[in-house]
Structures are given as C-alpha cells and as structure tokens.
Design a protein around this ligand. Structure first.
Ligand code: NAD
Length: 431
C-alpha cells in the first residue's frame, strides 16, 4: 500500500521559497489581510495557490530560417467569481513567479471593483524589440494556440499588458477563432475597434489612475491644478495618466522610461513627448528636458508620483527619498512591502495597483459585455460608467481603511478577498 503525505500548507513543489520574487510579495500582502477576514479566513489557503498553471514551449521559425524556442505561461489564479481575466506580457524578464503574482493581483483587482471575473495572467519570456513584425506575429499565434486549451470567452479572457497591444490582440483573436472554427471576438479584450474593440479601452487605465488620484487629492486637500507630477513609464498607462493630469492643470516635472530619465521643473510638454515616443519608440532624445541619472528620478521634488512601468521599483533604498505626497500605482506591484511600510511611516499616501489601475480591466469588462450582446456603446457612456465604478470603489476602500485604520492596500485586499472567499464558500468544495 502506498502512503500519501498530507502537507496541506507546505509550498507546492514548483515554488522555491528562495526565489519567490513578486509572488512572495503577494503572499505577504495576503498575510496582512488574514486578521480581517473573520470565519472566511478558513479559505485563505485558496488565495495562496493558483488554481491552474500552464507552461508552454513556443517554437517559431525566425526570418533567417533558424528555429527558436521561447517559454510561455498562462496562470489562472482564481475563478470563484467568474472566468479568468488578465493581460499577456512579452518581456525578456518574465518568469512563472511574476505571472503567478500578476494573476493573483488580477483576482484581487477584479473583486475590488466588483467585476464578475476571476484573475489570470500570461506572458512570454522574450524581448519583442528583437523580433521582426513577422516573428512577432508567429510567436503570438503559436503562443495563443498553445494556451488555447484553457482560454475562451467564458473561461479566461486575455488582454494587453507590457509590450502587447491592439495588433497582438487581433492576432490572438484570429488564431483562437481559426482553431475553434468560428469568430470569437469575446476571447480577448483590448482589440482594435474594427474587431469588436471598445471605445475608450486604450485610455481606460490612465483614466482610472487619474480618477482615483483626483478623489484622493480631495481627501488630502491637494490641488491638482497646482500639482507637480513624476511618472515612471511612458507607455499606455503612464502617458495617458500624465496627459489627463496635465489637462487638469498639473505639471509633468519628471519622466523615466527604459531609455532615459528627463527632468524639467517648468513642466514637460506631454503632447510633444507622446509624439516623440510615437516616432522614436522612447523618450531618449526629447529636446526640452534635462537628462538625469535613473536613481535621481525617485528624489525629484513633486506632489504626485506615478510608477507605471514594472514591479519592485519602489524599494527600501529609494522609499526614504521620495518627496511626493501621494503615490498612485499605475504599474502592477511597483512597491515592495518594506517600501510600503516606509512610505506609510512617512505619511505618503499610496493608492495601490489593485485599485489604481483597475480602469483598464473595467473597460475590458465593458468590451466583453458589448461583444456578447453585439451592441456597442458611445465613448461618453463608457467613460461615465468607468468613472462611476472607479469613484464608488475608491470611496468604499477609503471608508474601509478608515474603519480598520489600515493602509489603502490592506483595505483593498480586505474588500476583495472577502468577496472572493464569500464566493468560494458559497460554491463549496468540489467534490
Ligand atoms: P507599455 O509597454 O505600454 O509601457 C511600459 C513603459 O515602461 C514604457 O514606457 C517602457 O519604456 C517603460 N519601462 C520598461 N522598463 C523600464 C525600466 N526598467 N525603467 C523605467 N521604465 C521602464 O506598458 P503599459 O501597458 O503601460 O503597462 C505598464 C504597467 O501598467 C505594467 O505594470 C502593467 O502591468 C500595468 N498595467 C497596464 C494596464 C493596461 O491596460 N495596459 C492595466 C493595468 C496595469
């Protein structure tokens, strides 16, 4: 007779505790919420284990005739409240641990703004800047085919993330549809308008960042029209957030991307910078700002700091130097738990990723609903519904933070984890 070892709370074998990275950060965030979950904490272990992890080999033919292999992932963290939902990232540093954390943050985010979705995320470990357009299309299509066994309009719906865009979503939708034998527009969101995309989706994450920033500024007595802004990452999220703050009167005094860090206390011209990035692919070479060292970005004198690039950017090393009154996390996971504590001690308000950047998935939800009903809304309607959801969710989380005297991050986790675990408990344990 074989004996079975029961170790319900030990780490799954694929997780090396020494290399937990972003997933380790997520686990610490979940532990902080445990005392506030009452009897639901019985189900907490569910949140510490992704429901389903898929690692795929993605072989493609390169333009020079050789064959190259890339590693791809799709992780469905939790589907208690609905199908998995979350973006796909193409980046040379993508790891399983990172995709797991990003999928878990999607579960929390979707529950925080009360969308009927679970959390998922995907990625390929590749630097897409090294690929031709043809290679990019082939890698996207092969990856989509490989993860096709677990995605679908009612199962798991990918969307854009770092280095993926409308064009990549169009290829994903087409590949899935070809394999299924019928056009399935609802399999991905963030698609071009002509393929069932939604008005307002491209700007949605930045608009959500601005909406919660505006609400928080009211609480702090901070006048946005006088505010100085520093933004890390000038892609989809960072550039649109910067644009909306500047339209409201704020000054963009510093911006950083993978190519350079620019500083101009008189304010950088956002429209011109967007045009420069559109034509050159990066902020480097933009004439009207002084180029400073990357580390100096965090010390810039400003009122609002928006990390909108990658994870683990605000750390123990730079958190003591930050001069902003508020940090709005456009990126996912930009602040380590240690840095969170330092910012809290210094009374710098942090609006966490799982609340601040939920605007993108909210309009993705609208896109999915529109695709299912084949009836499309006006941009005004979309923006109005987005702003309403973001304001109401933020107000609820602000109130929760006051009630429990906790940070906005822990408050968001309290609201979201309660919703997820209530659903989990109501569904019960199968079989
Ligand atoms: P993007 O690819 O459009 O832009 C990424 C930006 O980050 C670029 O400007 C790039 O130069 C910069 N960057 C990359 N490496 C950097 C480095 N080492 N230092 C400084 N800057 C660097 O990506 P995006 O869609 O804007 O996503 C940015 C962040 O926002 C990610 O964390 C993503 O998960 C998160 N997010 C995106 C969405 C969305 O709808 N796109 C929604 C929610 C959250």
């Amino acid at each position: 007779m074989t004996s079975v070892s029961h170790a319900p709370h030990s780490l799954p074998s694929y997780l090396n505790p020494d290399e937990l990275g972003p997933w380790g950060i997520y686990l610490q965030q979940v532990d902080r919420v445990a005392p506030y979950l009452g009897s639901l904490s019985r189900w907490l272990e569910t949140l510490k284990r992704p429901k389903r992890l898929l690692i795929v080999d993605v072989p493609i033919q390169m333009d020079n005739g050789t064959m190259a292999h890339f590693e791809g992932y799709r992780v469905q963290h939790n589907t208690s409240r609905g199908p998995g939902k979350g973006g796909v990232r193409f980046h040379q540093d993508v790891t399983l641990s990172e995709v797991m954390a990003l999928s878990a943050w999607m579960s929390v985010k979707n529950a925080a703004v009360n969308l009927p979705f679970g959390g998922a995320k995907g990625g390929i470990r590749v630097d897409p800047r090294q690929l031709s357009v043809g290679e990019l299309e082939r890698i996207t299509r092969r990856y989509t085919s490989e993860i096709g066994v677990i995605i679908g309009p009612t199962k798991d719906i990918p969307a854009p993330d770092v280095n993926t865009d409308e064009r990549v979503m169009a290829w994903m939708m087409d590949t899935y549809s070809m394999n299924e034998g019928s056009t399935a527009t609802g399999v991905v969101t963030g698609k071009p308008l002509a393929l069932g995309g939604s008005l307002g989706r491209r700007e949605a994450t930045g608009r959500g960042v601005f909406t919660v920033g505006e609400a928080a500024a009211n609480h702090l007595g901070l006048d946005i029209a006088q505010a100085r802004l520093a933004v890390q990452g000038f892609g989809n999220v960072g550039a649109i957030a910067a644009q909306l703050f500047v339209e409201a009167g704020a000054k963009l005094v510093a911006v950083q991307d993978h190519s350079d860090t620019l500083y101009n206390p008189a304010g950088l011209n956002v429209a011109q910078l967007q045009a420069h990035v559109k034509s050159t692919g990066a902020i480097a070479g933009f004439a009207s700002g002084e180029s400073i060292k990357p580390a100096q970005f965090w010390e810039v004198d400003c009122d609002i700091l928006i990390p909108a690039a990658l994870e683990q950017q605000i750390t123990e090393a730079n958190a003591p130097k930050i001069r902003a009154r508020m940090v709005i996390e456009g990126a996912n996971g930009p602040t380590t738990p240690q840095a969170d504590d330092i910012l809290a001690e210094r009374q710098i308000l942090v609006i966490p990723d799982v609340m601040a950047n939920a605007g993108g998935v909210t309009v993705s939800y609208f896109e999915w609903v529109q695709d299912f009903s084949s009836f499309f809304w006006s941009e005004e309607e979309i923006n109005a519904r987005l702003v309403k959801i973001m304001r109401e969710a933020f107000a609820h989380i602000w109130q929760t933070a006051q009630t429990h005297q906790v940070s906005l991050r822990t408050a968001t986790f309290i609201v979201a984890c309660t919703r997820i675990l209530q659903a989990r408990q109501l569904r019960g344990l199968y079989p």
